[in-house]
Design a protein around this ligand. Sequence first.
Ligand SMILES: *Cc1c(COP(=O)(O)O)cnc(C)c1O
Length: 368
Amino acid sequence: MSIPFNNLKAQLAPQEDDLRAAFERVLKRGWYLMGPEVKAFEQEFAAWVGTNHCVSLNSGTDALVLALKALDCEGGEVVLPAHTALPCYHAVLAAGCIPVFAEVNEQSYCISPQSAARLITDQTRAVIGVHLYGHPCDLDALEDLCHKRGVAFIEDCAQAHGAASGGRTVGTVGDLSAYSFYPTKNLGALGDAGAVCGSSAEADQALRLLRQYGESQRYECTVPGVNSRMDELQAAFLRERLKHMDRLTAERRMLADIYDEGLSGLPVITPAVAEGCEHVYHLYVIRSQRRDELAAFLAGRGIGTGLHYPIPGHKQALFTSGNAPYRADELAQSEQLAAEILSLPLFPGLAPEQADEVCSAIHDFHQS
Ligand SMILES: *Cc1c(COP(=O)(O)O)cnc(C)c1O
């Protein structure tokens, strides 16, 4: 590929020296788990998000699972969007809950609060609002809905580090918010890592027990737990990466502007940004009625693309086969989206000229 869909090496290149120094620091210290790097990262990330608490974990999936457990959701139903990443519904199942798939908003592609409202019953324990592709879901409406109906509101911020809506940063609104630091995320580690942020000291305590064997004091446990620690190396790398977040987000926005402009007038739908929202462009996803042809044409030009995501939750064999329980709203919009979406290359390190080249190729496709 002359223009790859993503290039992690290029993303990390400007920070190689910092990352090597972080590695040396941890290696020389000889303290590899639950040490000073994890503690510092939790403080620094909570301050960056704007919450009182941050509990570092092994992955974004665990962040959702343990957030659901910490909020006593086990055994109930959890409403989440049908159009989202696989880990969302696996986390719901792993927490001992039943996924209930809601429709998505036509413009933001995030969960529709109206659909979520239709699905809430006396079995519902939580609604998960996924800030998909880096665009905030409707925070005000979901916060209001969850409050009125007495269910927990969990924000899935795995794709939206630093996004904001109405002056509020994502991750500061829900009862708890889940983050992933999977290497391709806007804030990515050099391996698996995740965290839960929130403002409740009680939930913070519950999460700290859950993540390490339910251990209340050394070798004493009070609740069932797991092992979901973030290691010192990943925390040290993330501390270095966090220092560069403003620059990295600005670079994503600059590339998105090039695409917005370069693709205007063509028969593709570019990402909409809702009033008062700040998008962080984890992915730049367009819609085309000729999606498969377009993807093949771009591949022929050496341009990589992605599909996020080709199959909505309720259409996954996991559910249609009867291997896992679920409920769903009418999901026409989610099904149509899955057939039309195409993710274009957008990552820090992609040259503006390369984004221009992608736009030219899409022009050529529509002329041919
Ligand atoms: C990546 C992602 C997750 C899970 O993160 P992992 O760290 O890979 O477990 C959860 N939700 C969304 C929306 C994601 O994109």
